[in-house]
Design a protein around this ligand. Sequence first.
Ligand code: SF4
Ligand code: SF4
Length: 173
Amino acid sequence: MAIYRGKYILEGLGTITPQMEHNLDIAYEICMSYKDKFPCEMCGRCCHPTNINIRPDEINRVARAAGIPIFNFMTEYVAQTGDGRFMLKKTNPCAFLGPDNRCTIWKDRPQICDDFPYAVSMFMSRVYLALTNPDADIDDLITYMDDEWPCSRIIKESVKERIEERRKDVVPL
Ligand code: SF4
Ligand code: SF4
């Protein structure tokens, strides 16, 4: 498992060589091209996961936005995993999803919610794989994405083309 730029956890990668880093940067640029151009439509469909990561430095902000005293927030809403990370407990649907399917703490939601689905490890690692392996089909790699979601539809319609466009920039490993 390798950490790319302190944020993307890329399973199956050991050490990141300079060549890999160059190619990871291209994958990152492809992911970010979506995040910048196609903002989340706030449909609420993805707010039903079993796990939602929350960073330690986000806990106070989210608890305050939710109007929950920090002690109650930590005991009722947050769980710590074996490897020391924190997760929101009340999910599927998330405790902060409103009846209108809108996030009630939108401005202060965890970073993972802001990054999803364009700038998260799962998508980033698949773009990287397709970019560096001409035999890998990105359509097969992202079958986990739900076609009902507006963001997934945008990705599925155009990611292949974006990867093809950048293949010329990839360096051999
Ligand atoms: S499914 Fe996509 S568009 Fe809908 S809220 Fe989630 S990230 Fe936004
Ligand atoms: S915090 Fe908001 S955006 Fe994140 S999962 Fe919950 S309702 Fe959705």
